[in-house]
Design a protein around this ligand. Structure first.
Ligand code: GLU
Length: 306
């Protein structure tokens, strides 16, 4: 990791502008494999949006779910990001270093009665649950307390009947009734792993993130995150969800589904393809290098074109 951190102290450092606004964005890949075109598109959008606002941009490694992480992926992701001209303004933040903060949040939620232990297996839930936009809606079996003799396995959040609304900078007005559409959701899994929905809320607050630009596959998660921010007294960042990149079969590109890795040895054509995919205006001249690409792309970035 030292080598990677030193590698960014290259010539770009002397030419780039110091961040000068309150804007702080981030890219948060899960190290489940090498970066693919879909992750690059998310990185380009969040980096360009941050730099176009003279903001900071941070790298977070979402490695909370150790069952899905691949040891070599962190180095490969960092090397690829460097090759594509990304740089970040603080040491890399890793979720695996934040377990105490997640535990503290779990304790607050439990002590305030916002969460409860759940003894249900996936199979038991699937057998009786209504199907919602993200799978079975938890039927509330353990909401009023565990059945006699039952053992709590996971921890669930009590969800509110009132809808959560927010305005997404790309997708527009969003409203979701979490209780009806998602149900009481897991914040600590049966294997003890903290759920993404809780971890991301703690991380965005710890990193002082003001703007989240990420894939629209997480649009339906955002109300859960906003609700957790409210319960924990944390600020809500502004959200912009970019369309999801899909393969020919219409499935989202994903590292776990073995989407092809992007080639760090020939970054320029892939960067230009990502720019084009994001609907951005053509650059004034054909970029001669990655540095030239970014010096033209950042002032040209337009969220409205996405
Ligand atoms: N780690 C998530 C992913 O790779 C992104 C989380 C986020 O941007 O909130 O899909």
């Amino acid at each position: 990791m030292h080598r990677l951190q030193n590698a960014r102290r290259d010539s770009r450092e002397t030419t780039r502008l110091a961040p000068s606004s309150d804007y702080c964005g981030r890219f948060a890949p899960s190290p489940t494999g090498a970066l693919h075109f879909g992750s690059l598109v998310a990185a380009v959008a969040s980096f360009a949006d941050a730099r176009a606002h003279a903001g900071r941009w941070l790298l977070r490694i979402d490695d909370i779910d150790h069952t899905r992480c691949v040891a070599e992926a962190v180095d490969s992701i960092c090397e690829t990001l460097h090759a594509f001209g990304f740089y970040w303004d603080a040491p890399i933040y890793r979720q695996s270093d934040q377990l105490a903060a997640y535990d503290a949040a779990l304790t607050i939620l439990r002590d305030h009665g916002h969460s409860y232990p759940c003894a249900c297996s996936r199979r038991a839930i699937a057998a009786v649950a209504r199907h919602g936009c993200e799978g079975p809606i938890y039927p509330g079996t353990c909401r009023q307390g565990l059945a006699p003799g039952a053992q709590g396995r996971s921890q669930r959040l009590r969800t509110p009947a009132e809808p959560i609304s927010f305005v997404d900078a790309i997708q527009g007005q969003q409203t979701q009734c979490i209780a009806d559409e998602i149900g009481d959701f897991v914040i600590r899994r049966a294997d003890g792993v903290i759920a993404y929905q809780l971890a991301v809320v703690i991380d965005d607050a710890a990193q002082n993130i003001t703007h989240v630009v990420r894939g629209a596959d997480l649009l339906l998660s955002t109300p859960r995150q906003i609700y957790l921010q409210r319960l924990l007294g944390l600020p809500t960042p502004s959200y912009a969800h970019i369309p999801v990149v899909r393969n020919e079969e219409g499935n989202k590109l994903s590292k776990s589904a073995a989407a092809p890795a992007i080639d760090p040895h020939n970054p320029l054509p892939t960067l230009q393809a990502a720019w084009h995919w994001l609907g951005q205006p053509p650059l004034s001249t054909t970029p001669s290098s990655v540095t030239d690409f970014w010096s033209q792309a950042i002032p040209a970035w337009s969220r409205e074109c996405v």
